[in-house]
Ligand binder design. Structure first.
Ligand code: DGY
Length: 337
């Protein structure tokens, strides 16, 4: 080090991200970036994090207790995702490591996609396209690729957080749907009223929904929250859409339900063990499969990356809100204001 120069803290940007975000981080930090966009796990991730005060992560990097022990200088983990089930938050809190996520900036974009996936499943859009491209369209017929209506149907939402409420708004206000939901706790009636949303227990939700949309965060409590027993309660005409996390739905049980027409169709953006997709799902015509892209618009991905960078800069004591990252997951680590 040259005498008189202060070393910048080191941070790891664990995946490829917009160059402007790297440039902004480089104003404050020595940045190790990952332009090749490899997914670093376990020992490789721990090796890359040696000497780093902060990590800019995505849902692909697992930050667990063993990694924290191996990386004692780590003080901030800033996830470019609203979900943070890839991070052991309790282990981070125990070591005084601040964790942040990117809520709000992706709510409407993700809700748009959830609605699109639900409509694609209900109206058999992907299946129709495959049919046409395969040259199977010979003539019009009265029952060709008939699906189920979305307008006026019952929208069931499992997990009524920000994204669930944004989907409910689309359904109630745009498509005249009756909205029922199940959540850990009931919403304030002032939030329910404009949507006509009704809180029901999980069994009623499954029995009554024409279109079930799953937006519940993943946790041990929501692991396989929808499996064979739950699918058996649903209407044979119903659709299921999962934009939450893989592992909330039991994928092999869903594949069996789709094959046996226990439910009509599904739309999935997330999978247990992704990017691996359960092979049974790949063979079925009545499921629309997308590769975890619900938040993937250019504007929203820029907003997510910017917010993750704002969090990292503030968490490590720089910028206008030094010491106060905008969206902490474990604010207790920051101490009193
Ligand atoms: C999120 O933000 O949690 C999305 O699923 C992208 O990972």
């Amino acid at each position: 080090m040259t005498a008189g120069l202060t070393m910048k803290p080191q941070v790891l940007v664990a995946r490829a991200v917009f160059p402007a975000v790297i440039a902004r981080l480089a104003e404050h930090f020595e940045v190790e970036a990952n332009p090749g966009d490899e997914v670093w796990r376990g020992a490789e991730l721990a090796r890359r994090l040696q000497g780093k005060a902060g990590a800019f992560t995505t849902g692909s990097e697992r930050i667990d207790a063993a990694l924290l022990v191996a990386c004692p200088e780590l003080r901030a983990v800033c996830n470019m995702a609203v979900g943070y089930n890839n991070i052991d938050v309790d282990a981070c809190s125990a070591r005084g490591v601040i964790v942040t996520n990117t809520p709000d900036v992706l709510t409407e974009t993700t809700a748009d996609f959830g609605f699109a996936l639900m409509m694609a499943a209900a109206r058999r859009i992907a299946e129709s396209e495959r049919f046409l491209r395969a040259g199977e369209w010979k003539h019009w017929s009265y029952d060709m690729l008939t699906g189920s209506d979305v307008h006026g149907a019952t929208l069931g939402i499992l997990g009524m957080g920000r994204i669930g409420q944004a989907i409910a708004r689309r359904g109630a206000l745009g498509f005249g749907m009756r909205v029922i939901y199940h959540n850990r706790s009931r919403l304030d009636p002032a939030l329910e009223a404009p949507l006509g949303a009704r809180y029901v227990d999980k069994e009623q939700l499954l029995r009554e929904a024409d279109h079930l949309v799953i937006v519940v965060p993943y946790s041990p409590a929501s692991h396989h929250a929808v499996g064979a027993a739950e699918l058996a309660l649903m209407k044979p005409t119903a659709t299921l859409t999962n934009i939450a996390r893989g592992g909330v739905v039991d994928d092999p049980a869903l594949a069996a339900a789709l094959r046996q027409h226990c439910i009509a169709a599904a739309g999935l953006d997330v999978y247990e063990g992704e990017p691996h997709v359960h092979p049974d799902l790949l063979t079925l015509p009545n499921v629309v499969l997308t590769p975890h892209i619900a938040s993937a618009t250019v504007a929203t991905r820029i907003a997510m990356a910017d917010l993750a960078a704002d969090n990292l800069i503030a968490a490590l004591g720089f910028g206008p809100s030094a010491g106060r990252p905008p969206t902490p997951v474990n604010p207790g680590v920051l101490g009193p204001r």
